[in-house]
Design a protein around this ligand. Structure first.
Ligand SMILES: [Zn+2]
Length: 151
């Protein structure tokens, strides 16, 4: 998105909001060159699917939340921030290319697990334990076992 003031090509999104009707996204942007701020409104049809939470509430995909989840799972693990960024980008890209308007938060959880399985076993188990909220130890053991079966 070009800056309307100085035409600089790089602007940073500082805030993203979904309209109440869920049909447009308002982004607050900051120009990285002249530091001026401006807003853009985009039709939601062009964008990411809405996420349906377990409660039924529909929310926008928020990469910041994804970063938080991943960083929590990868806490003190030997994984660099670049890998975390690549993972967020990979999930964003998958969501974008699905071409659907809505997706369950559960499906996204599965995508995150699939990514973590390639990155770090401990993080995978941590995320799985939060996300799947295991009912007993055998369920937990099953996840570990399935992890070791992966090529
Ligand atoms: Zn500018």
């Amino acid at each position: 998105m070009k800056c309307p003031f100085c035409q600089h090509p790089d602007t940073q999104v500082v805030d993203t909001r979904l309209s109440e009707e869920h049909n447009s996204i308002r982004r607050r942007r900051r120009c990285q060159s002249c530091d001026k701020r401006f807003s853009t409104v985009e039709a939601v049809e062009m964008r990411m699917p809405l996420i349906i939470k377990r409660s039924g509430e529909k929310v926008m995909f928020d990469p910041a939340k994804l970063y938080t989840s991943l960083n929590r799972a990868l806490h003190k693990r030997p994984i660099d921030s670049e890998t975390v960024e690549d993972t967020v980008a990979a999930i964003e890209s998958r969501l974008y290319h699905l071409g659907v308007k809505e997706i369950s938060s559960q499906a996204i959880g599965e995508m995150i697990l699939a990514e973590l399985a390639h990155i770090d076993e401990v993080a995978y188990v941590r995320f799985a334990s939060v996300y799947k909220s295991f009912h007993d130890v055998s369920e937990f053991t099953q996840v570990i076992a399935s992890l070791h079966k992966k090529p």
